[in-house]
Design a protein around this ligand. Structure first.
Ligand SMILES: [Zn+2]
Length: 282
């Protein structure tokens, strides 16, 4: 258990990045193995078009739930995919790290971007901070995988282990299918999971988050009827010992979804949808 960082009193309303832990200083990226498909860049289930995307989420519900303090005592790990400084440190993000399946894969990737060059790392960071705020207001302790959007890393293996004591882990990404017509979100779960119990909890979390996302955004059913896909190649998920999902919020090259992702109001909608899915899971 490498990183046990939860110091309740500190976490209560903050975000820890585990200083001293690799998580804060190393590579980056969220997902893993496939960096692309699901995690980072985006490909699609079948070829390489990506999928996922979203449209909007709600906000009233989140606020109402937050006021209720539904999450008192819960510890939630939030992983904003990639990092703002990854592109400037190719040597670091390309180094090989454990993929959680006996092999290795690149530490991280730069992630994708919209056609106007708005980076995935900026989007995931913005959504994560908004989600952190809502979760904290609802009484939860939030642990972030990185402390800002300027550095490099952590590597994908650490994206799964930075909060081993959390009740759940949500890794935030956006997909980068080449075709601008591809649209919609999808949720990814490790296949298999850490153990039977954790795997079932992860699938339930994916269903819960998928359902809340589906109330405001478009599901990409190319990944399954519920827009949930099971993958063995994502290091972040493979290395997680708590219920964990990667949420590919949408397609950054799809004009309508890109517009949402680049706007503060759109980012809030994504954060609210994730918040609702987390609350519902508990
Ligand atoms: Zn990504």
């Amino acid at each position: 258990m490498r990183h046990r960082l939860l110091v309740p009193s500190l976490l209560a309303s903050a975000t820890l990045c585990l200083p001293g832990l690799a998580a804060c200083s190393q590579g980056s990226d969220s997902s893993g193995p496939t960096t692309q498909a699901a995690e980072t860049t985006g490909q699609s289930p079948s070829a390489d078009k990506g999928a996922d995307g979203g449209e909007d989420a709600k906000s009233g519900t989140a606020s109402a739930k937050a006021d209720d303090k539904d999450l008192e005592g819960k510890v939630i790990a939030v992983d904003p995919g990639h990092n703002g400084g990854n592109a400037k440190h190719p040597g670091e993000i390309n180094r090989q790290v454990p993929d959680g399946r006996g092999g290795t894969k690149a530490c991280n990737t730069t992630g994708t971007s919209t056609n106007s060059d708005y980076p995935e790392a900026d989007f995931t960071w913005a959504v994560a901070k908004k989600l952190e705020k809502s979760l904290t207001e609802a009484g939860a302790e939030v642990v972030l995988s990185r402390k800002d959007n300027k550095g490099v890393g952590p590597c994908v293996d650490e994206r799964g282990t930075f909060a081993d004591d959390a009740d759940l882990l949500v890794s935030i990404h956006a997909n980068g299918s080449e075709s601008s017509s591809v649209k919609g979100y999808h949720v990814i779960v490790a296949d298999p999971g850490e153990d039977e119990k954790t795997e079932k909890a992860s699938v339930d979390l994916a269903k819960s988050v998928g359902t809340s996302m589906g109330e405001e955004f478009t599901p990409n059913k190319a990944y399954g009827k519920d827009a949930i896909s099971r993958r063995p190649d994502l290091a972040g998920l493979n290395n997680a010992s708590v219920p964990a999902v990667i949420v590919e919020c949408g397609e950054m090259r799809n004009p309508s979804e890109a517009e949402l992702m680049e706007s503060k109001s759109g980012q809030k909608k994504y954060a609210d949808a994730l918040f609702d899915g987390i609350v519902d899971w508990f």
